[in-house]
Design a protein around this ligand. Structure first.
Ligand code: DND
Length: 240
């Protein structure tokens, strides 16, 4: 069975077994989250993906499983708003690495909406574009828990809650308390995922020093980085 393929037996009702509290198993916090009916359930994994790595892929895969998603659309950013003062690899390279990384999973697709939209990338625009592409679907925006701490500062945050349900995956060493963030009720879930202490910053640093990045990113992405000489100069000061 390929990654992301269903075993044919799992149904939405099976999620109840994930309601059993456990320190390691994912827990579905809101059983009345949108889309528990028949509408297609579409995840959106937005990211700068400079480069995409196995932490991103595990997060998407885990959310797809827990929320019984039909598809996860990876959306590489155009000009990421919080990184305007930083050097970001050109969008076509980031897009192609994302295509390579997701190619083997039948549930994973990649969208150019953020890359092709002129101007700064805002998630509210991403959600509107994907809503147009996937009408009558319920959207689940997947984000890291570190990003969710900032989410109230995102452009038109109030509108975003009406467009998608948000799933914040906890990263190693970072697990904010949702109530402390004053997020709107029932719009954001926190989900524990297998801890992968991988960051794009670290991959860029390692590449710049000639250190291996095998197994931190998919093999094809290692080869793409090497072939195009990405990250051979620096990236040390950025954080993501
Ligand atoms: P990043 O630059 O953090 O992406 O952007 C994430 C998304 O937030 C993009 O879609 C942006 O457009 C959106 N955003 C950010 C700021 C403001 C606004 C929107 C706005 O609308 O105003 P990265 O490539 O660094 O990471 C992609 C995702 O993966 C992030 O959510 C990150 O937290 C997460 N992540 C991991 N998750 C699990 N395990 C790991 C991870 N490393 C990164 N090891």
């Amino acid at each position: 069975m390929n990654p992301g393929e269903s075993d044919g037996n799992r149904k939405m009702s099976d999620l109840s077994r994930k309601d059993q509290p456990s320190p390691t198993e994912p827990t579905r916090l809101h059983t009345d989250a949108p889309g528990v009916g028949t509408r297609p359930r579409v995840g959106i994994m937005g990211g700068t993906f400079d480069p995409i790595h196995n932490g991103h892929l595990v997060a998407a895969s885990e959310v797809a499983w827990v929320y019984d998603l039909d598809e996860v659309i990876f959306v590489p950013t155009g000009r990421p708003v919080f990184k305007l003062d930083k050097a970001v690899t050109n969008a076509e390279d980031r897009y192609l690495m994302t295509v390579i990384a997701t190619a083997s999973n039948p549930k994973f697709t990649v969208s150019r909406v953020d890359i092709d939209r002129p101007g700064i990338t805002y998630t509210v625009d991403t959600l509107r574009d994907i809503q147009r592409l996937r009408p009558d679907s319920d959207l689940f925006f997947i984000t890291g828990a570190d990003a969710v701490a900032e989410i109230m500062r995102w452009k038109d945050a109030d509108t975003m809650w009406d467009l998608a349900h948000f799933v914040a995956v906890t990263r190693p060493g970072y697990s904010p308390s949702l109530p402390a963030l004053n997020l709107p009720d029932q719009k954001v879930d926190m989900l524990e995922i297998p801890a992968l202490a991988i960051s794009s910053t670290d991959i860029r640093r390692r590449s710049a020093k000639g250190m291996p990045v095998w197994y931190l990113v998919p093999d094809g992405v290692v080869q793409y980085i090497n072939k195009h000489g990405l990250y051979s100069r620096g990236g040390e000061s950025d954080t993501d």
